[in-house]
Design a protein around this ligand. Structure first.
Ligand code: ATP
Ligand code: MG
Ligand code: ZN
Length: 277
């Protein structure tokens, strides 16, 4: 008597084996069945591979998920910029045209960092938000527990004045689940960091007349981001940065922002004043 194991599952389902083929993708032998006059043949090897790829691609292992969650908690995206696109950005000046081109090149991997400075309302943050949205569609290798995972890039958009307020809040509020150290580690680890409105924060002036506290935090962030994908923008000149943080700290900040960065001064009409006379 035949055991249940010997029964070909396909035959019991009324599939008739009519031949064999070689899979064009993986070269393995694949049976060809017929049912109700229709030929049916699936390469199990390829289906298995596809399935395991799907499982690892959308999957974030625990440490990576923690990083994503923390990045989301720190991020601050102005609401008018949440869904902006490159197509929305209409350059009105030559420097705006160039800024758009540099940004488009950036998503293709042409530059490591960009430093934009210039007038308010010229679309610096708009372009950086577009870059972030595009880069989040790209993947990177992430190693965890001896395995390598393909995960989506994390592009953290940090508006510096809000970031400084958040760090201040961690000093006297343990409930928000973030500490200065966690915030700085997260900023150092994400794949892409956007520091929007650098030097735009108002922190306490020390007796020496300089904003030592926020200058020191910006310096630490920049120092740990060297060689990584970074986007920086500010409204201030080098002289103003040095006036805010003091000569030497200001110089150290400027030198780290400039290192490896494509730099551009963006000018043009303030888009926020559109329609105003
Ligand atoms: N060239 C442009 N085409 C279309 N929309 C623009 C353009 N420039 C700016 N905008 C829009 O104007 C608003 C202000 O732009 P954005 O915040 O990018 O300016 P910014 O250069 O970062 O200014 P600030 O230095 O004050 O932060 C946003 O809503 C943005 O979408
Ligand atoms: Mg801005
Ligand atoms: Zn195959």
């Amino acid at each position: 008597m035949k055991s249940i194991k010997d029964l070909d599952i396909m035959q019991t389902l009324n599939f008739t084996l009519i031949g064999e083929r070689i899979c064009e993708k993986c070269d393995s032998k694949v049976p060809v069945y017929e049912k109700n006059g229709e030929k049916i043949s699936h390469c199990l090897n390829c289906e298995r591979l596809k399935l395991s790829k799907e499982l690892t691609e959308g999957y974030e292992p625990p440490k990576r998920r923690l990083l994503s969650d923390r990045a989301k908690a720190i991020e601050f995206i102005p609401s008018d910029l949440e869904y902006v696109t490159f197509d929305d950005y209409i350059p009105k000046t030559e420097s705006q045209m160039e800024a758009k081109q540099i940004s488009l090149d950036y998503i293709k991997g042409k530059h490591t960092a960009i430093l934009l400075n210039g007038d308010p309302g010229t679309g610096k943050s708009h372009l950086f938000r577009c870059i972030a949205r595009e880069l989040e569609k790209q993947t990177v290798d992430w190693k965890e527990n001896g395995r390598t995972y393909k995960v989506r890039k994390i592009a953290l958009f940090a508006k510096v004045p809000e970031l400084m307020k958040l760090i201040q809040r961690t000093y006297n509020n343990k409930k928000i689940g973030l500490t200065e150290e966690i915030i700085l580690d997260t900023l150092a680890t994400v794949d892409v960091l956007i520091l929007d409105e650098i030097a735009g924060e108002r922190s306490k002036r020390e007796p020496n007349g300089f904003e030592t506290w926020s200058g020191d935090i910006i310096y630490q962030i920049l120092d740990r981001r060297q060689g990584k994908q970074n986007l920086y923008n500010l409204n201030y000149s080098s002289a103003e940065v040095k006036k805010k943080y003091d000569e030497t700290p200001g110089k150290r900040i400027l030198s780290r922002m400039a290192s490896g960065a494509k730099m551009l001064k963006v000018d043009g009409p303030d888009h926020r004043m559109k329609g105003a006379n």
